[in-house]
Design a protein around this ligand. Structure first.
Ligand SMILES: [Zn+2]
Length: 402
């Protein structure tokens, strides 16, 4: 039987397709060395003599109904007199160590981007461990190195990746969303290891860094980038404020009589929610709560007022507003609120730096969902290097789509 064009499916340089045998679900392709090419030493380029022929196999991409495709070829071992070394010729595009073609490994890696390892493995008919190894290998050799030139804005945050205290620190390019660094732990050293990779010139270009004020990172950033502005992240600050609301809610609950307790009950998230995210029913029950409890009403109103701080673009106006907000907080005489206001004054500069750069760790925060999805797909985190590769892949591809 003569089938036109099938050779084009099996083009491996210096080899030609000799024959192919197809069953419904298995195909075997036989490659032979193309005699027009002499055996040469890869080191010095001198023609070498054939020492022996080693039969080899490699898995290849599925073909038609055949899921299991095996290439069978003769690897030629030559001996170079000049170098005094043996060398072996394989068809190009075959990963000898993995005993698979590069294109199959690329295919598996592609599948692993959209489904859990075990499913990708099932489609191709390999073990999940092999799918993991191939995906990791392919990503390692094909993903570009993090681009550390032309960095201007950095976003830094941490993310829990294991159930108990397994944190990693993530550093992202705030302008294009590329994930640049991931390290275990949330201590200073985890961030320091990022700055160790930067040259003086690369550091000098960075103008602003968004971080959570609670972390241990501030000191590292100040030391490494004394010229850059630190911006305390808006969303973290609002989250901190929600904790204040929660403290006041608990306190009011303890003081309340049985009837009022019924109104306070179940309103925790209602107090955190932004008005635009509330249903009508939620709004009604929140209104009832704010009506009966003055302190909760106070912290709630000040929350809306607090969010307003990030609408200013002029620093002087923002500063004036922040001071006004602090005075409102102090007038309330609610202890927790006053304490929070005092802490804001201590980090006034870092909060107001937002006006100049308008950056938040929001982009990194939403990337957290991607992190969770990938951890779930990879069935937990066996290997942090692999997780970093997968995250980098998403952060770069997400970019190209834009
Ligand atoms: Zn040689």
């Amino acid at each position: 039987m003569y089938v036109k064009g099938i050779r084009k499916l099996f083009q491996f340089s210096k080899y030609v397709l000799k024959k192919i045998s197809l069953n419904s679900n298995i195909a075997q392709a036989f490659l032979r060395h193309d005699n027009r090419f002499r055996l040469v030493c890869p080191t010095c380029g001198v023609t070498t003599t054939l020492n022996r022929i080693v039969p080899q196999t490699a898995r290849d991409l599925p073909l038609g109904t055949a899921l299991y495709v095996v290439l069978t070829y003769e690897a030629l071992q030559g001996y170079c007199v000049q170098c005094g070394e043996y060398h072996t010729l394989h068809p190009s595009g075959i990963n000898v160590h993995a005993r698979a073609t590069d294109r199959l490994m690329a295919f598996v890696s592609q599948l692993c981007r959209y489904m859990p390892l075990i499913h990708a493995a099932e489609i191709v008919g390999i073990s999940a461990a092999t799918a993991y190894r191939w995906d990791k290998k392919w990503l390692t050799s094909h993903l570009p190195e993090p681009d550390l030139d032309d960095l201007r804005i950095l976003l830094i945050d941490e993310k829990s990746v294991r159930k108990r205290h397994g944190y990693v620190i993530l550093v992202m390019n705030g302008e294009n969303g590329e994930l640049l660094h991931m390290a275990e732990g949330k201590k200073k050293q985890s961030l320091q290891s990022f700055f160790d990779k930067l040259t003086k010139k690369q550091k000098a270009r960075i103008i602003a860094v968004a971080i959570d004020r609670a972390g241990a990172y501030r000191a590292v950033v100040t030391e490494q980038l004394p010229h850059a502005d630190i911006v305390f992240d808006k969303f973290h600050l609002i989250m901190n404020y929600n904790e204040v609301i929660d403290q006041v809610r608990r306190q009011e609950w303890r003081k309340a009589n049985e009837e009022d307790k019924k109104v306070i009950k179940g309103q925790r998230y209602n107090l955190f929610r932004n008005p635009e995210n509330r249903t009508e029913k939620q709004t009604l029950s929140l209104k009832a709560l704010l009506k009966i409890n003055e302190n909760l009403n106070h912290v709630y109103v000040l929350k809306e007022a607090f969010r307003h701080l990030w609408t200013y673009t002029y620093r002087a106006c923002a500063e004036k507003y922040l001071l006004k907000w602090v005075s409102w907080a102090n007038e309330s005489k609610i202890e927790q609120l006053m304490k929070f206001a005092k802490s804001l004054l201590r980090s006034k500069d870092e909060i107001l730096n937002y006006c100049r750069h308008q950056i938040t760790t929001g982009r990194l925060e939403s990337f957290n969902n991607t992190v969770s999805r990938i951890i779930h797909r990879a069935c937990g985190v066996k290997n942090l290097d692999y997780l970093f590769l997968k995250l980098r892949q998403e952060s770069i591809n997400g970019n190209l789509q834009k």
